[in-house]
Design a binder for this molecule. Structure first.
Ligand code: SAH
Ligand code: SF4
Length: 364
């Protein structure tokens, strides 16, 4: 049976390799090779004795860093990848140079010369069970959860592709690709710990977005190490939200906010409300005022990311008018709620929010 090394924590690597080699430092060497050097295969781990590599291979171990099978490039520099998962399946991951127009996670000054700045959008499941009416991924239904190795592997595959140097380049991660991370909570959090502890990406530059899975938000609130939190609000009251996000019937807005209130925030940390603007549905000034009222009621600092809805085949919404988008943002700002408009990225290659659907369309 083939067994992937990529995805094992340091503790798991240690207990695995003990069976083959007693030397304490072997697990460290293996971890370094997998998570820092991003080796493609066991043969490339030249720090390990050849005999040990052979033994591991004979026992069925492979590195298992997920391969990039296909790349689609947008005119705006965004790249969408189909990345191999086990069982001949693929997941989608997106690379967005220079972020996506939303406020940066970082409070650090930009003085240090950095070579690359980018945001990687990571998938947590194949498909999604949540059934938001405006989202193309919902049309797939849920196929399966990704493993921790498959989630963290997307990130490393893309870092490797772009020859990122973590000390120098500035990379943000958003867990906003296909799937609902909080319905695959354990694997998602294992992936976060791998990315922080082994790969060396700071948790403060990671954001996870959830449609509002209350029990998972409550677990998240207890995590000593965690990304920042974004809530897909997408409507200013339960009635509209039920129509666009049926999951609201299970967990209404108040329940989601009550759970989010339990998350202990770092100084200056805010919780993001994501708000997809749907023409004729949720983009009027009345809605904006309701969002302001919600933001004031939360009891925690909020910023709003406005996302202009990205169309998809067979989805019965329309885009809002530019003027309405501007007015919505201005209204929030005027009433003291920080609000940003997220530029759509890579729409021409189906890489924008809510467009990930294992599609092989787009320019490769
Ligand atoms: N499942 C999680 C994370 C993935 S979706 C969640 O729903 O939060 C990431 C973001 O994309 C969510 O805020 C979602 O509301 C938004 N989104 C989904 N479909 C979209 C579309 N067609 N256009 C714009 N944003 C969309
Ligand atoms: Fe799933 Fe998020 Fe799409 Fe809703 S918006 S269907 S939760 S991926």
């Amino acid at each position: 049976m083939v067994q992937w090394l990529f995805g094992l924590s340091f503790e798991q690597l240690s207990s695995m390799i003990e069976r083959f080699d007693r030397a304490k430092f072997r697990a460290r060497q293996l971890g370094q090779a997998l998570y820092r050097d991003w080796v493609p295969d066991l043969e490339a781990i030249t720090t390990l004795p050849a005999a040990l590599r052979t033994k591991l291979t004979e026992a069925g171990y492979i590195v298992g860093l997920p391969p990039i099978l296909q790349t689609f490039r947008s005119v705006d520099g965004t790249e969408r990848y189909l990345i191999g998962a086990s069982g001949d399946q693929t997941v989608e991951t997106v690379w967005m140079p220079e972020g996506d127009g939303a406020e940066d996670n970082d409070d650090e000054a930009d003085a240090a010369p950095t070579r690359k700045r980018a945001t990687i959008c990571v998938s947590s499941q194949i498909g999604c069970a949540v059934n938001c009416q405006f989202c193309l991924t919902a049309k797939l239904g849920i196929e399966r959860n990704l493993t921790a190795g498959e989630i963290a592997g997307q990130v490393v595959a893309v870092l490797r592709q772009h020859q990122v140097e973590l000390g120098r380049d500035r990379i943000n991660l958003v867990f906003m690709g296909m799937g609902e991370p909080f319905l695959n909570y354990d694997a998602f959090m294992d992936a976060v710990r791998l990315l922080v502890n082994e790969v060396g990406l700071p948790a403060s530059r990671m954001t996870v977005s959830t449609s509002g899975i209350v029990p998972a938000i409550e677990r998240f609130a207890q995590e000593p190490l965690r990304p920042r939190l974004a809530l897909s609000l997408n409507a200013s009251n339960n009635e509209v939200r039920e129509a666009v996000m049926p999951i609201t019937r299970k967990w209404p807005i108040e329940a989601v906010l009550e759970a989010a209130r339990k998350v202990p925030l770092a100084p200056r940390e805010k919780i993001t409300f994501e708000y997809v603007l749907l023409g004729g549905v949720n983009e009027s000034l009345v809605h904006a005022d309701e969002v302001v009222a919600l933001a004031r009621r939360t009891g925690f600092p909020v910023k709003v990311n406005l996302i202009v809805w990205n169309p998809g085949p067979g989805i019965p919404y329309r885009q809002p008018e530019d003027e309405d988008v501007q007015q919505f943002q201005q209204r929030l700002i005027a009433r003291g709620v920080p609000a940003f408009i997220r530029r759509p990225r890579g729409r021409d290659i189906y890489a924008a929010c809510g467009q990930l659907k294992k599609t092989t369309e787009g320019n490769s």
